[in-house]
Design a protein around this ligand. Sequence first.
Ligand SMILES: [Zn+2]
Length: 206
Amino acid sequence: MANNREDYLLVIWEFSESFGFARERDIVKRLKISAATASEYLKKMEDEGIITRDGRRIRLTEKGEKLAIPVVRTHRIVEVFSHQLLETPWEDAHSSVMELEHLFSDKKGEVLYRHLGEPDVCPHGNPINPIEKRDEIRASEAKPGVYIFLRTTYEDENFLRSLSEAGIIPGEEVEVRPDQTIKGPRGILTSDARELDALRLIKKKS
Ligand SMILES: [Zn+2]
């Protein structure tokens, strides 16, 4: 797998949006690279003022965010393309485009976006405009009750699969149970507490 700055930006954005920061081991695991490779590249990004490090916590600087926004946007557009037109299963839509998206410049990404009918969100519910603010709550902070599942910011393949198996996909009704598990239309999600930070819900209107 060819890795470049875009892949690092995308992963750091995803983990930061999900959990507040990325860790070196998250990047190593997701990009399937060695710790030495990651460490060397992250050092370079730090020197260039793209990321900051606070112990193990890696975050994008303002400069880094500016660079990441078009990358995240193109990624989400290509995900829609892959899911809708190539019939890639929902849980594979993220990983399947990690190569494909490099073929699209920002300009070509915008052409594709138009041809897709200007979708608002990626298959996982994340806004095509990465900085769009949403009225949502984290599943980790939700009181027991019925909600509409809006999105998952964490797009790990195995996690997406367990969401899909429980029927927890955007637009579906879910129940946050008193023990903090989440019941979807097809089953109950078993996930660790950290992952619940990545699940965003809106209260069901009664
Ligand atoms: Zn997505």
